[in-house]
Design a protein around this ligand. Sequence first.
Ligand SMILES: [Ca+2]
Ligand SMILES: [Ca+2]
Length: 240
Amino acid sequence: MFFRTVTLTQVLSLLIFPLLGQRPTVEDFTMSGDTYLTEEECFRLTDEEDYSSGSIWYKIPIDLTQAFSIRLSIMAGCQDAIGADGMVFAFTPKTNRVGFRGEGIGFSGLVPSVGIEIDTWLNEHLNDPVEDHLSIMINGRVGHWNDVAGPVKIPNIEDCRRHGFYVNWAPSSQKLSVEIDGEEVIAAQFDLVGKVFGGNPIVYWGMTAATGRYNNIHEVCFDRISQVLPNPLPGNLGRP
Ligand SMILES: [Ca+2]
Ligand SMILES: [Ca+2]
């Protein structure tokens, strides 16, 4: 009976695993700036240091004509009142490029791009809400005048804890949605490929973070990614 149970579990895992996608390894990412790998195999993008910035980029581009879900967890620091500046999940066709740090969160000036901003510092001249907030923005414009969606105010996220952060893309409805801890917080329906990337559906994705006159720890860990890889794959991407 035990043997049969184990066998069934193994069979089910083989069936289910491809549907859930795979867990990336640290070698799948390029690190830049102040980023380093922690003992728990998470990426520390910034420490509690002023004027720091870091980013990671997944080496394999994704194809926006296909649906995907990227599941990661983020830690946006342990300082609420004096913590800054935040993190941005970004798509861009350019490899290993980042924008300006500080209030730009490594996203400002990155063109073309789509960014999901997790902003923890009030910059009045950028029209930031007082509260921590999420926005979907394009082409590195971090002021809240041209957001595709948001800003959506969220409860304090600089609570020294990891939060589930899922990015979902459904090309059939052109819906980009973001979940935090299992709840959809922000979504936008727009022609991401046509309006932002000039018809090119192959883009890289990554995460940037930055500090300025104030700081925080910013960290990201990966759960899994489900996607259909572009074909043909560039480079040595045959690793299962
Ligand atoms: Ca800000
Ligand atoms: Ca906060």
